[in-house]
Design a protein around this ligand. Structure first.
Ligand SMILES: O=C(O)c1cc(=O)[nH]c(=O)n1[C@@H]1O[C@H](COP(=O)(O)O)[C@@H](O)[C@H]1O
Length: 238
């Protein structure tokens, strides 16, 4: 999670993933497998990507009763991904159960996957949160609250927007990961994201990693686009 650029492989099936990866000529990437791809292809897609040397963020955003999350995480740990996630809204007990499941499912001698909690989705605006979730505090307060719960539960970090990364680091420390989607270049389409930020803004906020999906995966030249993004992200890291 150390200044990585994570590519969100939001594709419908393995065939599309293979087509996307083919021009990268075996380059090892940090990729995110989300529910669209996983629900279609199952654990096999993780084996395939790992087999090709990619690091994996398995983004299934677990949110259920603690017992169910624990059992699900026990199974997911066996896939030996680098990073998995839950929804902080599931509560501290559920987050602790997620870690217990991961610990139980991790083979002896292996590192358990890092586990982070989604705070408020980057597609959620403050107005929407106030009206639809009936949370009447500012959005940053809600994100900080969820981040604190995640830390208390023992998680390794959170998913948040780059806008909340700095206050989270200030409150919870630099070693607590802030993984931030909703990153866009000035010229990119916003799509359904509400709390977007540029790579430069993310750098200044000190985020741990950025997640980039459609700006790369829907580009007419994904390799060139990836290199451009990597350049921007690396340049801003200096
Ligand atoms: O957990 C996530 O990865 C996630 C959390 C969040 O708050 N917002 C968010 O966009 N994501 C994911 O990050 C990716 C962003 O994709 P793009 O908007 O296409 O760059 C998608 O795969 C989302 O599922």
């Amino acid at each position: 999670m150390d200044n990585s650029l994570i590519i969100a492989l939001d594709f419908a099936n393995r065939n599309e993933v293979e087509q996307f990866l083919q021009p990268f000529n075996g380059k090892q990437l940090f990729v995110k497998v989300g529910m669209e791809l996983f629900y279609q292809e199952g654990p096999e897609i993780v084996h395939y990507l790992k087999g090709n040397g990619h690091r994996i963020f398995l983004d299934l955003k677990l949110h259920d009763i603690p017992n169910t999350v624990k059992s699900a995480m026990k199974g997911l740990a066996r896939l030996e991904c680098d990073l998995v996630n839950v929804h902080a809204a599931g509560g501290k007990e559920m987050m602790r159960a997620a870690l217990e499941g991961l610990d139980e499912g991790t083979a002896a001698g292996r590192m358990r996957p890092s586990c982070i909690a989604v705070t408020q989705l980057t597609s959620t605006s403050e107005d929407q949160m106030n009206k639809e979730q009936l949370i009447s505090v500012p959005l940053e307060t809600s994100v900080l609250h969820y981040a604190s719960l995640a830390k208390e539960a023992g998680l390794d970090g959170v998913v948040c927007s780059a806008w909340e990364a700095k206050p989270i680091r200030e409150k919870l420390g630099d070693s607590f990961y802030t993984v931030t989607p909703g990153i866009r270049m000035e010229e990119d389409n916003t799509g359904d994201q509400k709390r977007i930020a540029t790579p430069e803004f993310a750098r200044d906020a000190g985020v741990s990693s950025i997640v980039v999906g459609r700006s790369i995966t829907r580009s007419t030249d994904p390799v060139n686009s990836y290199e451009k993004w990597l350049d921007a992200w690396r340049r801003v890291q200096l």
